[in-house]
Write a protein that binds this ligand. Structure first.
Ligand SMILES: [Zn+2]
Ligand SMILES: [Zn+2]
Length: 124
């Protein structure tokens, strides 16, 4: 009877029995993984727990939307001054400035390195 009950509990919680590889006593499952209550040894959690973490990552990634919008810019051959990567995203913007009392619209070329995300501009 005792044996049967033990099996049922393990089946319901989904816990797999794990024994400490140092002192051989039974380990408890925690957020960190399997923790030995006797000597404090920690063994990484099961593949099941790691998968749960992986699923959560894309949900909390609104930053990647910004990166995606950058990818809409055309790529041109331009050597990154930071990492020497020969490709960069490229677009133009205009700024209104005054030069020697004359109002001027200036064109600014923007570059973002496709490798290291280094950004730089050239004003025409
Ligand atoms: Zn131990
Ligand atoms: Zn770069």
């Amino acid at each position: 009877m005792n044996t049967l009950t033990g099996i049922t509990i393990d089946g319901v919680t989904g816990e797999r029995m794990k024994f400490c590889d140092i002192c051989n006593s039974r380990m408890k499952l925690s957020k960190k993984g399997y923790v030995c209550s006797k000597c404090g040894n920690i063994i990484q959690a099961t593949a099941g727990l790691i998968e749960v973490k992986k699923i959560k990552i894309p949900e909390s990634e609104p930053i990647s939307i910004v990166d995606d919008s950058r990818k809409n810019f055309p790529k041109i051959n331009r050597i990154c001054p930071n990492c020497r990567n020969p490709k960069a995203f490229h677009w133009f913007s205009t700024v209104n400035g005054e030069h020697a009392g004359v109002k001027q619209e200036r064109t600014v070329e923007h570059f973002i390195c496709t490798e290291c995300q280094h950004t730089w501009t050239i004003t025409r």
